[in-house]
Design a protein around this ligand. Structure first.
Ligand SMILES: [Zn+2]
Length: 363
């Protein structure tokens, strides 16, 4: 029987190859009068071209860093106030989208970005329009923002960060390098499978997660070995579905472990999630997961885990601590992973010793 659920998503979704060409009309459709566009240096030219084509864009901030910094938030919020903008548009991967979310809220406050970073909650935000350029983070449909001040990285969940709209144009992912495509694709796969096994899953998030996994498993390899229009479009769709699944079901063990793995071993987010993905598929295997593995065309969970491992090796991702930077401290990794709030969503409650054993097997 279907258990009762609430599914909350106030974000408009525009999806289509070449959709970004309609930007001025889409902004009008969203009631945008004046906007500031946020991107990183790599997209500076594209951001400028969009400003030329869309009269609603009053200014561009093109200095977002890979681990987005509070200084970028501050500068963007300043531009929003200076231009009296009602919207922040993000063009880019998770870093640009996270910066836009935080800045859209800081721009509505009389307090400084530092005061909010130190703990004063943000209570309102300008409109946020996310234009993802990678197929993976799902940030375009979630209310999460990860911002750093120096090495101090903070993850904030706040309903005011929920984008008003997102424009998912797979054409933007065509130039993404193979390795990044695999890493972001595995991040999307992890979002979907963690939404499926999260203790907060529902019938609707299961449907979204299962279809996301089906689309991703069928297209991930082609998307990084051949970069066809079809495979990259499918991955953009799969990543969006995965985002819709975890926006409500949340993620679990792999994401909990990804934070210390990124901090101490310098793995990018998606690679850090993928590092323990096959381990968690084996640890979390139960009847429900076995039946999911069969739906995806595998004999069992072990075969699905083997496939993830094969894809990581094929794409040259790190699969052992011996391949990673940083000194291995199993105690610290296991303790910090166990204490992370997302670990509570994992279907199997793993002790520190069990997590230590999982990491030790990856030496
Ligand atoms: Zn992720």
């Amino acid at each position: 029987m279907i258990e009762p659920f609430l599914y909350d998503l106030p974000t408009k979704i525009y999806f289509g190859f070449g959709k970004l060409n309609e930007l001025p009309a889409l902004l009008k459709d969203c009631g945008v009068q004046r906007a500031v566009l946020v991107c990183d240096r790599f997209f500076a030219e594209k951001g400028e071209a969009l400003r030329q084509s869309a009269p609603q864009i009053a200014a561009v901030f093109s200095d977002v860093e890979p681990n987005p910094q509070l200084s970028g938030v501050k500068e963007t919020a300043r531009l929003v106030k200076e231009t009296a903008a009602d919207t922040v548009i993000a063009l880019g991967g998770g870093s640009s989208i996270d910066t836009a979310k935080y800045a859209a809220a800081v721009a509505c406050s009389d307090l400084s970005s530092e005061e909010h970073f130190n703990g004063v909650p943000l209570t309102a935000a300008k409109k946020i329009i996310a234009i993802p350029t990678t197929a993976g983070t799902g940030s375009e449909v979630t209310s999460v923002s990860v911002i750093s001040r120096g090495n101090d990285k903070k993850t904030t969940h706040n309903p005011v960060f929920q984008p008003t709209a997102c424009i998912v144009d797979p054409a933007l992912t065509m130039t993404v390098p193979a390795r990044t495509t695999l890493i972001t694709g595995l991040d999307a796969f992890t979002h979907a499978i963690e939404a499926f096994w999260s203790v907060r899953h529902s019938a609707l998030t299961d449907a979204l997660a299962t279809e996301a996994l089906r689309v991703i498993i069928a297209n991930l390899e082609a998307s990084f070995t051949e970069a066809t229009k079809e495979s990259r479009t499918a991955m953009a769709y799969g990543s969006l579905l995965a985002g819709l699944a975890f926006s409500n079901a949340k993620t679990a063990g792999c994401h909990a472990c990804s934070y210390p793995l990124s901090m101490y071993h310098h793995l990018p987010h998606g690679e850090a999630c993928a590092f323990t993905l096959d381990s968690f598929i084996r640890l979390n295997a139960d009847d429900r997961l076995e039946s999911l593995a069969k739906t995806l065309g595998f004999a069992d969970c072990d075969a699905l885990a083997d496939e993830i491992y094969r894809l990581k090796v094929k794409g040259g991702l790190r699969v052992r601590f011996a391949d990673c930077d940083g000194e291995l401290d199993l105690n610290r990794l296991a303790t910090e992973s166990a204490e992370h709030m997302l670990m509570r969503n994992n279907p199997v409650q793993l002790s520190v010793d069990e997590l230590k054993a999982m990491f030790a097997a990856l030496k």
